[in-house]
Design a protein around this ligand. Sequence first.
Ligand code: NAP
Ligand code: HSE
Length: 431
Amino acid sequence: MKKDKIKIGILGFGVVGTGTYRVLTENFEAIKKQVGAEIVVEKILMRDMSKKRLIDVPDRMVTTKPEDILENSDIDIVVELMGGEEPAYSYIMRALENGKHVVTANKELMAKKGSSILEKADNNGLSFGFEASVCGGIPIIRAFKRSLCTDKVKRIMGIVNGTTNYILTKMTQEGSGYEDVLKEAQAKGYAEADPTADVEGYDAAYKMAILSSIGFHTKLDINMIRREGISGVSKSDILYGKDLGWTIKLLGIAQEIDGKLEVAVSPVMLPAEHPLASVNGVNNAVFVNSEAVGELMFYGPGAGQMATGNSVASDIMEIARQIVLDNKTLPNCSCFDVKAFAEEPESSFYLRLDVINRPGVLAKIAGVFGNYGVSLESVLQKKTEGERAEIVWITSKVKESSFKKAIEFIKYMDVVNEVSSIIRVEANGHC
Ligand code: NAP
Ligand code: HSE
């Protein structure tokens, strides 16, 4: 008999949990018409019943016992919105063992254990949705899985963390201080429970792992992704960037070169005219190069209650439709390969040095770069204060190991006070 009600259980009722609930209830009638059945929230797991929530829900829905959802034979879809590795992983596996379809927004879990979770869902003939795990409100996973799946992806460049983009935008446009803007991003519900995940690039690395896995059809080890956050980016670097015609963004870059993968997350100086340079605030964007289509860009809010809630709700609706139509589920995992990582990535670098203000210093440092095979594109000296001078160097594309060796030497030179900052430069950004 055709089902007229699809029942869901939500694990976790914070920013995304309440957003999902609101989208499902506020758009209830339109969703019902598209699915051909009602989507009903049956139970919501909360840790602390007394805590004030962003919205009120009927008492009968609320529980503090996970088994009221995981072992509840009325529930068709379990929606995990707690975050973190445990108990999220155990709960999801239990839901799949009990024949329930699952939806999650948990990028950390998907990046670290996604392949075993998807394998379990596939083996049990169940659907698994994780659209909200990358780029909040942007339907990026659906675009990769349903549209770019026939093409060959060559490169993915993305601003995939809303919190850090919000911070960098405010620092660039308004000269705001890092700590103050981080507090604002937390208050707006953009940041992770522990914002270190955002500012140190972990969250972006999780998302790049997920996108790379789908885009390049490969399983990959998250520990192989080079990762650096924005905590070292200073107002000085932002101002030098502006002078050079560049904008600083926390970028994830993934590419396949000669069958080998390069995946990295770091602050990058990007030409101001590049489409990603004008992606501001909490917005995210993913710029894709693929063989058949060419250049594509996906843009939208990368975090937040309603935008992310909509991505979760859209996964729930897609699965509900399948249940109503009695469809077979599609395979969840498209990561059929295991591609190796490239050993020697290349990049151009921006380097800011605090040096002794004396004739011949520039030549000495340039000589060291030459010894390590690092070619230089340009040098800028704007600030001198008595004994000290600030010098900015831009290198040509070099092997990272050669650059690091040169820096190891330079930092101990008697004419160098400090290596103030090093930022990658993406001079072109197109394939
Ligand atoms: P959040 O506001 O901190 O909400 C998480 C909720 O889960 C909290 O209400 C927390 O309860 C509850 N919870 C945690 N552990 C639990 C447990 N063991 N049992 C019961 N409840 C538990 O986080 P969020 O921003 O909604 O994020 C949820 C997930 O979505 C995360 O995986 C996050 O990475 C992902 N995500 C977030 C966004 C965003 O814009 N915020 C966007 C995309 C993806 P307490 O309130 O009692 O602590
Ligand atoms: N903390 C994340 C961000 C939430 O700022 O992008 C969305 O995944």
